[in-house]
Design a protein around this ligand. Structure first.
Ligand code: PLP
Length: 390
């Protein structure tokens, strides 16, 4: 009847009936019976308890009033230092003073675009890229130009051709675990990309949102070209997308305009959220979650190995994504529509396309779902493709 709620390790409690189920968050994906493979927010079941525990700890600190006060636009020094040392372990060597805390990586990207690029600026992106950057480019009226992709990633010959022909002001790249393809750019390609950016004086926007899933990734581009790279990442995929904790690293040369723009966008970040994430960075929770999600992603890819065998997929065993190329007779929109009617949501290739034409493909995001539910959904997708009426 929904009158009680159980908390692992604590017991059963009368539910607060004034709080709507899901705290009023009822996007399609959270409705009963809907399996969401469209959005990727990896989540492990124990995280709710982890949050409950952390909130209790926070409530017990002496100076709670400090969490009500606004903080400095770029974030508090202590938390910026924690992020800097966390990134150090990932091979990004940065001083706290080069770093701004933001309200999620998407805001970090928006900030970079607004602060450092003028409307109309030519920006090179992979032909298939993160939809959030495409949306940003549309809002800020950037001139997005697609770089061809080959079987292992960005085609740098095409980027070179593009840069010699057009005044490319910035390159947006996801070198470690590309969304949606799961690619990791090798060190030689990273160095070549940097050489091109230097030769044509372009900014590099390095989106490292998924890098934590790769145990040993090549040197981050920011390390190779600190003078022209803005590095953006966050904790949405490690901890949770609802918290909105991200960070931007830049050269001191750009920091002033980034800070001014951040002030214009948000004044300052939520003190409560940065305090919470700071504690998790400090007590090792973030590192533990990163390691657990690395294992979790591989378990899910192993299920995909079994259930999608024989279909043409592009994916990295370390990632949560499956890029599923459909046989030529199957249209992605029709397949997605049919799956939706059966309660399975998938993302169509169109959302990722910086080009007018896009492949017949769908992206499956495997994070967050119960493993049995994931397996059943992949089976259903498989059967839908096998039995597609021609
Ligand atoms: C590649 C990439 N960059 C940035 C983001 C935005 O992340 P955040 O939730 O931290 O704003 C996402 C989220 O899906 C993403 O996939």
């Amino acid at each position: 009847m929904g009158l009680v709620i159980g908390e692992t390790g604590r017991g059963t409690y009368v539910r607060d009936l004034y709080a709507p189920p899901g705290y009023g968050q009822t996007p399609e994906s959270q409705r009963q019976g809907v399996v969401d493979l469209a959005f990727n927010y990896p989540y492990l079941p124990k995280q709710a308890d982890q949050l409950r525990h952390a909130l209790r700890e926070l409530a017990a600190i002496g100076d709670l009033s400090s969490l009500i006060s606004a903080q400095h636009t770029v974030g508090r020094e202590s938390e910026r230092r924690l992020v800097a040392s966390h990134l150090g372990a990932r091979g990004v060597n940065v001083q706290a003073s080069d770093l701004l805390l933001v309200n999620g990586a998407q805001q970090g990207l928006a900030l970079t675009v607004m602060a450092l690029l003028k409307p109309g600026a030519v920006v090179a992106v992979d032909a298939l890229t993160y939809p959030g950057f495409i949306a940003l480019a549309q809002t800020h009226h950037l001139d997005l130009v697609p770089i061809a992709m080959d079987s292992h990633g960005t085609n740098l010959n095409d980027l070179e051709r593009l840069m010699s022909a057009r005044p490319v002001k910035a390159i947006y790249t996801m070198p470690t675990l590309h969304n949606p393809m799961g690619w990791v750019m090798g060190i030689a390609d990273r160095k070549r990309l940097v050489r091109l950016a230097r030769q044509y004086d372009a900014l590099i926007i390095e989106d490292d949102t998924y890098a934590f899933l790769v145990a040993e990734s090549p040197t981050p581009i920011r390390e190779l070209a600190p003078e022209r790279t803005v590095y953006v990442s966050g904790l949405s995929k490690t901890i949770g997308g609802g918290l909105r904790f991200g960070f931007v690293i830049s050269t001191s040369h750009h920091l002033g305009s980034l800070e001014r723009t951040l002030r214009a966008l948000t004044w300052s970040n939520s003190t409560l959220v940065t305090a919470l994430c700071g504690r998790w960075l400090e007590d090792g929770t973030v590192i533990r979650m990163e390691l657990e999600k690395r294992v979790d992603a591989r378990v899910r890819q192993a299920i995909a190995d079994e259930e999608l065998a024989g279909l043409y997929t592009i994916r990295n065993p370390a990632s949560y994504f499956v890029w599923l190329l459909l046989p030529p007779e199957i249209r992605a929109d029709q397949l997605a529509g049919s799956l939706k009617r059966q309660g399975i949501l998938v993302a169509m290739s169109e959302a990722f396309a910086a080009t007018a034409f896009f492949p017949h493909a769908i992206r499956l995001s495997m994070g967050g779902l119960d493993l049995a539910v994931l397996r059943a959904a992949l089976k259903q997708i498989r059967s839908e493709i096998d039995n597609y009426p021609i």
